[in-house]
Design a protein around this ligand. Structure first.
Ligand code: COA
Length: 431
């Protein structure tokens, strides 16, 4: 028997026993998105009456995030590196904190002990013959958190697909909880006529052989619908979802023209349904790596024809992008948006695209605005954006003056808002 196999048996505990090692005041970093170690988080929440001030740090919350409930306030404080649907209210009500940071730089916060990690809660696959486990659907900051933590508690889940790339050896884990449960799934979004029109406009900017980064949601999925006639596309993306599987099966995404990691779908996490998880499981062409590699603008920028496609809540008439706040309320976070926009800008023949519907709130609010909402942050600066796309067309901003930008952006705003925007732009001295 290999040495690790003997040790493995001694490390197996129940979820309840494992989380007993978490003490008041500890900083606990958890895997996130669809890779959340659900059983460990539930067990930690069940200890609420025994602990105080445990800080829970993660990015996208897809689970119920019960530790953010008002009655948990004394026991747990969530520090959101990205705000999600189940954590938004707690952040808004100041029962949880939000820490702005580029996704690519989160590993440095842990490594350089700016946010020292006491405990990492991770989810991994069963070990291979040598004792290595795959991070499955979430390598991102989770791998580095585990490397930096004083205590590593791992849920080994047989339902987790085995992906290539980032892995951890059982020797580097302190407590193992064997617990099989279905992964959290992200259902494909509803794609309406507006998203389809945006998708078609964006698809027109994508040449054969391009390498793509796609964000989350209806717009990236709508773009994929219009790529069926393209050839030899590649993926180097923070994440990807079910939409990519259809194009891979149709032979549109081959990754063959990638000059970095040719032949490989590269990502740092995955969110989707069982269809995606089955596609990536033991697929030699899929590789998940830590976010400080995948989202490194210098790595992204080495790809030729790199196209980044991200969305926003608002774009002002200078081209400043707000992708994370509604007024002064934190809605999400920068995630990897700037990482990829910067990377795509450095890429030979690269393009960075911000795609968004022209209006929100049933057409009552223009998302092309003379100024960003009072209190909102600039997620992506006006210097970084190449293209802004709505259902009304494409505004190319790179190399354009402020006057030209304002005119180009007004031209892709909703027709009902164009006269108001023109007046506001004149008052502001933009045109
Ligand atoms: N004013 C007021 N409300 C607005 C608004 C605005 N300017 N823009 C959008 N909204 C509302 C919408 O109406 C919608 O409300 P509803 O849920 O009640 O319908 C809600 O805000 C969300 O807008 P939507 O356009 O559906 O958001 P989305 O789910 O497509 O996400 C971002 C868009 C920008 C929030 C998301 O892409 C994001 O977080 N980006 C930053 C991170 C990133 O880009 N990562 C990149 C790699 S994954």
């Amino acid at each position: 028997m290999n040495q690790w196999k003997e040790k493995y048996q001694h490390k197996i505990v129940s979820a309840e026993q494992a989380v007993k090692h978490i003490q008041s005041g500890h900083r606990v970093v958890t895997g996130h998105a669809c890779g959340e170690p659900q059983v460990l988080i539930e067990a930690l929440v069940a200890r609420a009456s025994e602990v105080e001030n445990v800080e829970i740090v993660h990015m996208v919350a897809m689970g119920p995030a019960k530790y953010t409930q008002p009655e948990m306030e004394k026991s747990f404080r969530h520090n959101a590196l990205f705000v999600g649907g189940t954590t938004r209210k707690a952040v808004e009500e100041k029962r949880a904190d939000f820490t702005p940071c580029f996704f690519s730089e989160i590993p440095r916060l842990f490594k350089e002990k700016i946010l020292p990690v006491d405990v990492a809660l991770i989810q991994i696959t069963t070990p291979d013959e040598q004792g290595f486990c795959s991070y499955g659907v979430s390598a991102d900051y989770t791998k580095v958190a585990a490397e930096c933590a004083q205590i590593v508690i791992a849920q080994i889940n047989q339902c987790l697909p085995r992906t290539g790339g980032a892995e951890i050896h059982l020797d580097d884990i302190h407590f193992i909880v064997e617990y099989d449960e279905p992964l959290i799934e992200l259902r494909p979004p509803k794609i309406g006529d507006i998203e389809k029109a945006i998708g078609e406009n964006v698809a027109g900017l994508i040449p054969d052989g391009a390498t793509l980064q796609l964000g989350i949601g209806a717009i990236p999925d709508a773009v994929l619908l219009f790529l069926t006639d393209k050839k030899d596309l590649g993926i180097h993306s923070e994440m990807f979802s079910d939409g990519v599987v259809s194009l891979a099966e149709a032979g549109v995404i081959t990754n063959q023209k990638k000059n970095i990691n040719p032949g490989k779908f590269m990502a740092t996490f995955l969110m989707g349904t069982k269809r995606l998880y089955d596609f990536v499981d033991h697929n030699p062409d899929v590789e998940l790596q830590s976010v400080d590699y995948i989202n490194d603008p210098c790595i992204i920028g080495q790809h030729h024809n790199m196209i980044s496609i991200n969305s926003a809540l608002q774009v002002d008439l200078m081209g400043e992008v707000n992708a994370e706040m509604i007024g002064s309320k934190q809605f999400s976070g920068v995630g990897g948006q700037v990482d990829f926009i910067r990377g795509a800008s450095r890429s030979l023949n690269g393009k960075s695209i911000i795609a968004l519907p022209s209006t929100a709130a049933g057409g009552k609010i223009s998302r092309i605005a003379c100024e960003l909402d009072r209190g909102a942050a600039v997620t992506t600066s006006r210097n970084d954006v190449h293209y802004v796309v709505t259902e009304y067309g494409i505004a190319e901003l790179r190399g354009k003056s402020l006057r030209e930008r304002a005119l180009a952006l007004i031209a892709i705003s909703h027709p009902d808002f164009r006269p108001i925007l023109r007046n506001q732009a004149k008052e502001k001295g933009l045109i």
